[in-house]
Design a protein around this ligand. Structure first.
Ligand code: WTA
Length: 665
């Protein structure tokens, strides 16, 4: 495993020059959905390409124009077309796939449930009727805060059936985070669970929700799924159990017609400020993009068993557990819990049990399995697997090779897929029947997608060079705006490299990347103040503002440092107020405080107390220096600092903190 980012960079460099490649086998190529290079040429006329792909979706009435880009960066796809996404995902499958399994649900405690497309259709209709009875109508926002149970995808679809807008908040977020997201979108109804199962324990979702609901004036009703059956307080007139709501409802519900550009969902993601951004996705283009990429990147066939291990609380679950697979009429596994309950072989037991054919997970999970050892996958029969994929962060070549050997058993193409909450669907990835892969590279933009790597001035860098990853033209699943803040949308994504006077609009993804001599893209991580911890985006500012919110903290600086398992780990540097003593008890308290403000995923791995933070003479905190300290790099010239002496002291404390951390592991 790489010890530091320097080692990792060297490894990538070595691999880039070594050019170890994996071509698709003749057998795989022959049966693949896409197996001719010509699809890339077709994708060059991207408007025409995406018009052709739209035939895979069920529309009520067609568009008058494929793409309206007359008011950039505000795009409209399939202009004027009407549809309801649930008709593509459910109704149209009833005729010939009504008895086909939509979801195999595997509860963490071992309970199971099988939902056919017909079952799912009826469940969605019942809940849609129930939500309508609570006053939900087209355009209303519904917040969803649940564990991974069947009622979760059912909730998304029921909201969509009414033409309403869902805003899923990951069940690992805290009450405060839930409150802020509910308030930003002014959601009318919240759907939650009594509790959820996690690692053999219970997460008190309804209790967290109750804490949030004291300060969410827009919420009128709360629907509660009974998962564990815990005895929880229900507020008279506001709270209703899911089963009580749907039991007497009809299982038929006509879908509400929506415009292709009506909003489908809001999903919050971290940016470079303390306030998360509500990424807004609309209907027609999103479904076309999710369906195309699911079918072709994962080479889905009618009798395949698909499993994406993400949580529906993240975009990966939205696109590749709910909308893409259901639009394609696929059978998928929905697993509630963690990979190591009751034992570290749980994922592989599930692959064996359901004969999973395509498996999609995150590099951090793969690295965790590497740490646990090969005995766990070796216990299970993984021969059903045909293809395996990754998403969420750069995959280091060592993990890629391990995944290939121990999970793919040397005969599954690996698709390393680059995309973001904002892009809605996969953008850069191999096509498994066409692309020769290189471990650590997401390879090339998909057909119909334009990407480039540019320098500080926005000029395309030559092959072999590195810079910023940009997207060069609109695509169907692109975010349409930041909810309630169009200026921020323009500013964050489109201002850095666009040249409006020349009519040039370029999307800036926030990622650094290199391109090798063959034109392959190598993603190198975020170039902004966003960390990527276990594939989850967390902003340094969000964690800093949670820390300074604590009464003992005067100032805080947070950086992401390389971590062999989680990709990055959160390292915090904290200056305390007055005579407060920075002891272990306070350290624990601060970590807990961040968990309460944001969620456990944002808890700093290390906190160093320091009398001062390193600052430039103009008073800017030198985060880059703190990152160098955290990653034990040789420190450059610090003489430009206002307080150079403090650096040595911080470096010594960081060293001590990291050896404490290691000895705890
Ligand atoms: C990172 C997850 C390298 C990247 C779908 C991006 C990746 C951010 C990859 C988006 C990959 C995602 N290789 N980096 N294959 N996939 N990323 O919004 O930094 O949670 O900007 O979407 O994850 O994270 P998000």
């Amino acid at each position: 495993m790489p010890e530091s980012s320097n080692d990792k960079a060297v490894t990538i460099e070595a691999l880039m020059t070594e050019q170890r490649t994996f071509a698709p086998s003749d057998a795989f190529r022959a049966q693949a959905n896409l197996n001719s290079e010509s699809v890339y040429a077709e994708g060059e006329d991207y408007v025409n390409f995406w018009e052709n792909e739209a035939r895979h979706i069920q529309w009520r009435s067609p568009w008058t124009q494929v793409l309206d880009w007359s008011n950039p960066p505000f795009a409209k796809w399939y202009v004027g077309a009407k549809l309801n996404v649930t008709e593509s995902c459910l109704d149209r499958h009833l005729a010939d796939k009504g008895d086909k399994v939509a979801y195999y649900f595997e509860g963490e405690p071992g309970d199971t449930r099988v939902l056919t497309y017909r079952d799912l259709y009826h469940e969605v209709n019942k809940l849609a009727n129930g939500l309508e009875s609570l006053g939900v109508t087209k355009g209303d926002r519904v917040a969803i805060y649940m564990g991974m149970v069947p009622e979760l995808p059912i909730s998304l679809l029921a909201v969509a059936r009414l033409g309403a807008v869902h805003s899923v908040v990951f069940g690992g977020f805290s009450a405060d985070a839930l409150r802020d997201r509910i308030n930003d979108s002014a959601a009318k109804v919240l759907i939650t669970c009594d509790e959820s199962w996690r690692n053999g324990g219970r997460i008190a979702l309804k209790q967290y929700a109750d804490n949030a609901l004291g300060e969410t004036p827009s919420i009128e009703k709360v629907v509660v799924v009974q998962r564990t059956g815990a005895d929880i307080p229900m507020v008279e007139g506001r709270d209703i159990y899911y089963h009580d709501l749907v039991d007497d409802m009809s299982d038929e519900k006509a879908a509400t017609e929506t415009d292709s550009e009506d909003p489908l969902y809001i999903l919050y993601t971290s940016g470079t400020t303390a306030k998360p951004k509500g990424i807004l996705h609309t209907t027609g283009g999103y479904l076309v993009g999710a369906s195309f990429t699911h079918r072709n990147v994962f080479d889905i066939k009618d009798d395949d068993i698909w499993w994406c291990t993400a949580d529906i609380g993240w975009v990966t679950g939205h696109s590749y557990i709910v909308y893409g697979p259901l639009a394609n009429g696929s059978t998928g596994v929905l697993y509630e819990g963690v990979p190591n309950f009751p034992d570290k072989d749980r994922f592989w037991r599930i692959v064996e049990k359901y004969k999973v054919t395509q498996f999609y997970t995150a590099p951090t999970t793969i690295r965790t399995f590497m740490k646990w050892g090969t005995e766990f996958p070796e216990r299970c029969d993984l021969s059903s697997l045909k293809l395996i994929g990754t998403v969420g962060e750069p995959i280091n070549p060592e993990a890629w090779i391990w995944y290939n050997e121990h999970i793919g058993r040397g005969n599954c193409p690996i698709v390393d897929t680059w995309w973001q909450t904002e892009t809605g669907h996969i953008m850069i990835s191999p096509l498994p029947g066409i692309t020769t892969t290189k471990p650590g590279s997401a390879t090339k933009p998909l057909p119909g997608i334009g990407a480039d790597i540019v320098d500080d001035d926005g000029n395309s860098v030559p092959l072999g060079g590195g810079g910023y990853l940009t997207l060069t033209h609109p695509w169907p699943g692109m975010l349409r705006t930041i909810y309630g803040d169009p200026n921020r949308y323009v500013d964050v994504y489109w201002s850095r490299f666009s040249k409006p006077a020349e009519g040039k609009w370029v999307y800036f993804a926030g990622d650094g990347a290199k391109r090798d001599e063959d034109g392959y893209f190598w993603l190198l991580g975020r170039v902004d103040d966003v960390m990527n911890v276990s594939g989850h985006r967390i902003s340094t500012l969000e964690v800093e503002s949670a820390l300074v919110d604590h009464p003992s903290v005067a100032e805080a600086a947070v950086v992401g440092r390389m971590d062999a398992t989680t990709g990055q780990a959160i390292a915090a540097f904290v200056t305390l107020k007055g005579h407060v003593v920075g002891d272990d008890a306070l350290l624990g308290e601060l970590r807990e405080h961040v968990a309460v403000k944001i969620g456990k995923i944002a808890r700093p791995a290390s906190i160093v107390f320091t009398d001062e933070l390193p600052k430039t003479r103009s008073g800017k905190i030198m985060r880059r220096l703190l990152r160098d300290i955290s990653e034990k790099r040789q420190l450059g010239d610090v003489t430009t600092l206002a307080n150079a002496d403090v650096v040595k002291e911080i470096a010594e404390k960081a060293q001590a903190a990291s050896s404490r951390e290691n000895s705890q592991e």
